[in-house]
Design a protein around this ligand. Structure first.
Ligand code: F0G
Length: 459
């Protein structure tokens, strides 16, 4: 064994990638209004925009797709997926959806009315937006360590239980139709939640009669962190840990585009029969019949296989090995990154890297632009572009504490030499950090503005 675990696979199909020259990158960026979401795939060399739906499927998944049953109702593919969902998540009911936000939309439509609040450690952008779209208010109650990039707390995704109790007591449980937690906490550096915290969160929600839903996108990575870091779990399998996690909740929203190892797909699971009935009605309206939910039968089969593969420990060790490797390289160049490393991405503290760029001038966006210009690398800002929203009472902009840039690693896609390249480009940028300036938005929609915003450099 070398220091970092080898890929537990070899490559048998390749997709060419190419670095276009600097001039072409500059032109592309101008056309895109400095928003990398508007670039075209062929303009990008290493795409670390997201780990969502960008992974490589296995031969077993591709083989399973050929067995996809495209029957409209009652397809075999559905029952194969149902068996796996039952085995891992253990909820009484579930509906497939085309991706995670569709599950969030259905859940929000069923449960949230104007004036409601939904606490979590940190809501991801689509989750928060779906709550807002129903007139509700997402509330983030992660522990203070979540805001400290260098704190080595092993479970920085945890909810602060006393903040949660205060919040529920202050607003009254009748204002809170559900409580959530995101595993791992994508908006807060991909940090995991401990089993102990899940237990406490579960019993707090239960005490007040609030249904508890887990945003399960990266559940396998979270379970693996519990195995590595939490006393009493080293001898358990990742599957056993996952089952224990979900046993504490009343339901889950899932994007299979992450730890389902597929390019599309998701589901909403729950124990409450009445909620299931309502969710099914919404599903038929928006997604499709309850045995396919906006997906082809073959997608359901790919999900069924992927959900089992993602629990393999050799895979999870390799996955965490990749982010650990890249983190170590960046630290060697004195680039401030969130520690300890997440499993799905490396998060750079852009304000730490560019202390001269004020928050209002999007230091994260500045780094995203530099990564593209210097190396054709696409990363994503997870800072003020994404998470600033006007306060629903005062109207003033409320922004996140950290200005992060996420280098997300698609699953089973890039090799160690790709990561070496990313580290080299980051080091180059760090060496000329004083020359990098801020940005202002020239266009921004109200909801989920980062996807289509346009920017220009501040002179
Ligand atoms: N919850 C979390 C924690 C997520 O990270 C995402 C998606 C969703 C929900 C929504 O799932 O994309 O299938 O609709 N995150 C992607 C990302 C987009 O880049 O982190 P979806």
């Amino acid at each position: 064994m070398t220091k970092h675990p080898q890929e537990p696979f070899r490559i048998k199909m390749v997709e060419p990638i190419k670095l276009i020259d600097r001039e072409a990158r500059e032109a592309a960026l101008m056309r895109a209004g400095h928003n990398v979401f508007s670039l075209r795939s062929e303009e990008i060399f290493i795409d670390l925009l997201t780990d969502s739906g960008t992974g490589a499927m296995s031969q077993a998944q591709w083989a399973a797709m050929l067995n996809g049953d495209e029957t409209y109702a009652g397809a075999r593919s559905y029952y194969r997926l149902a068996e796996v969902v039952e085995e891992i998540f253990g909820f009484r009911y579930f509906v497939p959806t085309h991706q995670g936000r569709a599950a969030e939309n259905i859940l929000s439509t069923c449960l949230i009315s104007p004036g409601h609040y939904v606490p979590s450690n940190m809501h991801f952008d689509t989750t928060g937006a779906n709550i807002r779209a129903r007139g509700g208010r997402p509330e983030n109650l992660a522990i203070d360590e979540a805001q400290n990039p260098v704190s080595l707390h092993p479970f920085k995704g945890n909810i602060d239980i006393s903040k949660l109790r205060d919040f529920i007591e202050r607003l009254g449980p009748e204002q809170i139709p559900l409580g959530m937690i995101t595993v791992t906490n994508n908006a807060g550096g991909g940090q995991p939640v401990s089993m102990e915290n899940l237990r406490e969160v579960s019993s707090t929600y239960k005490e007040f009669g609030i249904p508890f839903f887990i945003d399960a996108c990266r559940f396998a990575e979270n379970a693996y962190f519990i195995k590595l870091r939490e006393p009493g779990y080293a001898g358990k399998t990742v599957l056993e840990i996952a089952r224990e996690m979900f046993g504490l909740a009343d339901g889950a929203t899932m994007s299979n585009k992450k730890d389902g190892l597929t390019n599309i797909g998701g589901f909403l699971a729950m124990n409450d029969e009445q909620l299931f009935e309502r969710a099914r009605r919404e599903l038929v309206l928006r997604e499709g019949f309850p045995t396919y939910g906006g997906l082809a039968g073959r997608d359901l089969d790919a999900m069924a296989v992927g959900l089992r593969e993602v629990l393999e420990e050799e895979y999870l060790a390799y996955r965490l090995g990749q982010t650990t490797y890249l983190t170590e390289l960046l630290l060697q160049s004195n680039i401030p990154v969130i520690q300890p490393p997440a499993a799905h991405a490396v998060y750079v503290d852009a304000s730490g890297l560019f202390p001269h760029i004020p928050k209002e001038q999007f230091p994260g966006q500045a780094l995203v632009v530099e990564l593209y210009l210097e190396g054709g690398i696409r990363a994503v800002e997870l800072g003020s572009s994404v998470f600033c929203y006007p306060d629903q009472d005062s109207g003033e902009m409320a922004c996140p504490e950290l200005e992060l840039v996420r280098l997300s690693l698609p699953r089973r896609v890039y090799t160690q030499s790709h990561l070496d390249y990313v580290a080299e480009i980051m080091a180059k940028i760090a060496a000329k950090r004083d020359e990098v300036g801020g940005y202002r938005m020239t266009y921004a929609p109200k909801l989920l503005r980062h996807f289509t915003a346009r920017y220009e450099p501040v002179k």
